[in-house]
Design a binder for this molecule. Sequence first.
Ligand code: FAD
Length: 117
Amino acid sequence: KLGNETIKAELGRASWRLLHTMMARFPEKPSPDEREALKSYIYLFSRLYPCGECASHFRLLLKKYPPQTSSRDAASQWGCVVHNAVNERLGKEIFDCGTIADKYHCGCAEEDEKKRK
Ligand code: FAD
């Protein structure tokens, strides 16, 4: 457990940003292997997240909300719902998941488009 609330909050913001950005870049039509990779990543993340108290709460959340990996949209919405569950527990504002599609960018879209061509 990190002793300092500011550091814990920074770690949280950085982690949510990474998670939501990964979901926003997840394939629209993932292969079984890509789906398995995302699912494994999320479960490993829940084991290794460095704030132990946060990680154990997150593991309970995963039982209630198993990771959704069937599409980019399903994964993004799932990420939004679990983040909202954490927001709720911490007494934070609930985020409107309808707006998530436009929010998370990696700064790499054009580059990846070119590689695919
Ligand atoms: P954050 O919750 O970090 O959100 C960052 C930004 O993301 C927001 O400003 C908003 O623009 C956007 N956002 C907000 N909600 C959503 C959403 N639903 N979907 C998409 N985008 C959204 N802290 C604790 O003190 N105790 C815990 O048990 C705990 N558990 C955590 C578990 C996990 C898995 C993670 C990643 C973090 C956890 N944290 C925990 C940290 C906590 O969730 C926050 O990250 C931290 O308190 C900083 O909060 P914040 O208000 O800056 O916004």
